[in-house]
Design a protein around this ligand. Structure first.
Ligand SMILES: Cc1cc2nc3c(=O)[nH]c(=O)nc-3n(C[C@H](O)[C@H](O)[C@H](O)COP(=O)(O)O)c2cc1C
Length: 321
């Protein structure tokens, strides 16, 4: 599987998730076999105004490769300028966000609201593709709402404008995250274009990944929410897809070992005070399905130092022995 000239070593990618898929989490997912990762979305306007916070989101490490930086915005020239600037952070791919449903992003004309104007989607793709010498991809939804399902049209326009791959989340913007994603629409997008298609929406198990690949014909699957607190899902998906071997779920002790490594890396990058604030949601996800999870989730909200986190991990392991 290749996106432009970028070789991918497998068929399962980590989805961009603002506030979740930061560098520490992306690295853990790559350790477990994610074949491709995408940064949290970065505002092209923020970069234009020299926002340090926007620029920080683009820091990539050599451990997480291949990696894309995802940009959002509605102005072709500003997006092209942002893409050129992003190159200094060494991405393998630039991804354009045309699927974010957040009102904050949509009211400024970016994310999924771009799909209301397919020609603008094409102009943005063309401007960005002309500005950089690495592959440019776009991430879309099925459409804005049930009355304007146009993901196929947008995918074709972006392909003509120079996109090297399309990621399609099988829901409209109006649907946000429910009901379930329409995988038959992913198949329609795959049929309509000649570039690789990455299918996305509701993959929670190795079997789902295999089913999406076979039902839609997509070239790769992308996993978001199900990877939260569950990065070994990438390894489980890959061993199922590549060897038909079903890896068991990890033990509580292994889950806590990975959680500690992840949170320690997060604090190493962002500092303990900020890192532990971000860590709480991850801790709550890591205890999902374990004995005592509801109580541990409440406890996680109160934890503010790494040493408290290690003690927490010890209590979770003890409760699950
Ligand atoms: C917390 C959160 C943040 C997200 N942030 C982004 C983002 O920055 N860019 C983007 O294209 N999609 C974003 N998404 C959408 C996901 O990439 C993905 O398309 C969606 O969650 C469906 O996949 P899933 O069912 O595997 O979670 C976000 C989703 C969630 C839950």
């Amino acid at each position: 599987m290749k996106i432009g000239n970028v070789e991918l070593n497998g068929q399962v990618a980590l989805a961009p998730m603002a506030g979740v898929s930061d560098r520490a989490f992306r690295e853990i997912c790559v350790d477990f076999g994610a074949s491709y990762v995408v940064s949290e979305m970065v505002s092209s306007k923020g970069l234009h105004h020299h926002s340090r916070k926007s620029a920080e989101l683009m820091t990539l490490s050599e451990r997480e490769r291949p990696a894309a930086i995802q940009l959002f915005g509605d102005d072709p020239a500003t997006m092209a300028e942002a893409a050129k600037f992003a190159l200094s952070y060494g991405p393998n791919i630039i991804d354009i966000n045309m699927g974010c449903p957040a009102p904050k992003v949509n009211t400024s004309g970016g994310g999924a609201s771009l799909m209301k104007d397919p020609l603008l989607c094409g102009r943005i793709t063309e401007a960005v593709a002309k500005a950089v010498d690495i592959p440019v991809t776009v991430k879309i939804r099925k459409g804005w709402d049930d009355q304007s399902v146009n993901g196929v049209e947008v995918a074709k326009i972006c392909e003509s404008a120079g996109a090297a791959a399309i990621t399609i989340h099988g829901r409209t913007r109006a649907q946000m995250y429910a009901p379930s994603a329409d995988w038959s629409y992913i198949a329609q997008v795959k049929q309509a274009v000649n570039i690789p298609v990455i299918g996305n929406g509701d993959i929670t198990s190795p079997f789902d990944a295999a089913k999406m690949l076979s039902e839609t014909g997509c070239d790769m699957v992308m996993i978001g929410r199900a990877a939260c607190g569950n990065p070994w899902l990438f390894s489980r998906v890959r061993s199922w897809l590549e060897e038909e071997r079903l890896e068991p779920e990890p033990s509580a002790a292994e889950k806590m070992r990975v959680m500690c490594k992840h949170i320690a890396a997060l604090c190493g990058e962002r500092g303990e005070k900020y890192g532990m604030r971000e860590a709480r949601k991850h801790m709550a996800w890591y205890v999902r399905g374990l004995v005592g999870a509801p109580g541990f989730r409440r406890e996680a909200c109160e934890i503010s130092t790494l040493s408290e986190m290690y003690a927490f991990a010890g209590r979770v392991i003890a409760a699950n022995e």
